[in-house]
Write a protein that binds this ligand. Structure first.
Ligand code: UDP
Ligand code: MG
Length: 327
């Protein structure tokens, strides 16, 4: 059955599935989201639990989750002590997932839950990570599309692990992949990179990303920018090396220019007229040095955060799903 890894996977049927849904101020969409997921899970041959992570919402998200839980005992609620951001919310959800396979999906229905059965099929064939790859992004600005495109290409070039382009966080993970991820406790979590870092057989399935069902995106330009920096600094030390190369190139250029000045002075007895070139050289070098310092600072700041060794998140509450009897 499993030609991919050569391991015995066993018969992955009669399995249990955990679906992790991070939610931050999603009161408008949660009911619809639950409905769509419930429709899908009704038709799979396994048990499902739905883990909603309330990421410090300030609206009625938690109340709606409680309501839903009273009608559907398969729901678990992980209530974080404050807003920690999607990456950590997903991690909290995965930490509480008990299934043989775990699906991570956005609450806003941009990722169609109807793809889950297909993901399960690939997992049953032996893949550890089945991720959805966008073929289109509806309802997003041209600027966001272009920057996303360029960004995934850049990080693909810089990073030592292969981060698939145009894949979001919507994916299915096998138990061993979830356990592997659980061992990576870095504060600065670039999940797309971490998913790729664990390796294991991975499979992409194409899908069309829909516009948000309701509510609005939690991203703004600033958060996207820091997300982008996060991705690069977490998975590449290339920027640190750039300073070395630029330094060598500048020094070499300066050496040649020095030679040129000496020869010019010896041969043509050039009167000193160096103010503009001096200014340019001083400012140019000053700029480069500050950039290099800033880059070092980005990495240093991250080391500072990691050395504190704080837990990734704190819980305000946790209500487990009720296990079905045939579990
Ligand atoms: N989200 C979260 N914590 C945050 C921001 C977002 O848990 O601080 C959740 C959000 O509720 C949604 C998912 O992450 O389920 C994706 O968020 P969003 O739709 O804002 O991002 P986009 O789809 O625009 O990338
Ligand atoms: Mg969204």
């Amino acid at each position: 059955m499993n030609e991919v890894t050569g391991n015995v996977v066993g018969n992955r049927s009669g399995f249990s599935l955990s679906i992790v849904v991070p939610a931050y101020n999603e009161e408008e969409v949660l009911k619809e989201c639950h409905q769509r997921i419930a429709d899908v899970t009704a038709n799979i041959d396994g048990n499902a639990e739905l883990i909603f992570v309330n990421d410090g919402s300030t609206d009625g998200t938690l109340e709606i989750l409680q309501q839903l839980k009273s009608t559907d005992p398969r729901i678990a609620i992980v209530d974080l002590s404050r807003n920690f951001g999607k990456e950590i919310a997903m991690t909290a959800g995965m930490d509480h997932a008990r299934g043989d396979a775990v699906v991570v999906i956005d609450a806003d229905l941009q990722d169609p839950p109807e793809l889950i059965p297909e993901m399960i099929r690939h997992w049953q064939d032996g893949y550890d990570v089945v991720y959805a790859k966008r073929t289109s992004r509806a309802g997003e600005s041209a600027l966001k599309k272009v920057t996303a495109y360029l960004y995934y290409r850049t990080i693909g070039k810089l990073s030592r692990v292969k981060i698939p382009a145009d894949a979001g966080d919507f994916r299915l993970l096998s138990r061993r992949a979830v356990d592997a991820l659980a061992g990576l406790r870095e504060q600065h979590r670039f999940m797309k990179g971490l998913f790729a870092w664990i390796g294991y057989p991975q499979k992409a399935i194409p899908y069309e990303r829909h516009a948000r069902h309701d509510g609005k995106t939690k991203w703004n330009f600033r958060s996207l920018w820091s997300f982008a920096i996060e991705g690069i600094t977490s998975f590449s030390i290339m920027p640190l090396k750039v300073a070395t190369y630029v330094g060598v190139a500048t020094a070499f250029g300066a050496f040649l220019f020095g030679l040129f000045l000496i020869i010019q002075t010896l041969l043509f007895d050039n009167p000193v007229a160096g103010y503009p070139s001096l200014m340019v050289a001083v400012l140019f070098l000053g700029g480069i040095q500050l950039i290099a310092l800033g880059i070092i600072g980005e990495y240093l700041g991250r080391m500072f955060d990691e050395t504190k060794g704080r837990p990734l998140y704190l819980l305000k509450g946790y209500q487990a799903a009720e296990r079905s009897t045939d579990d």
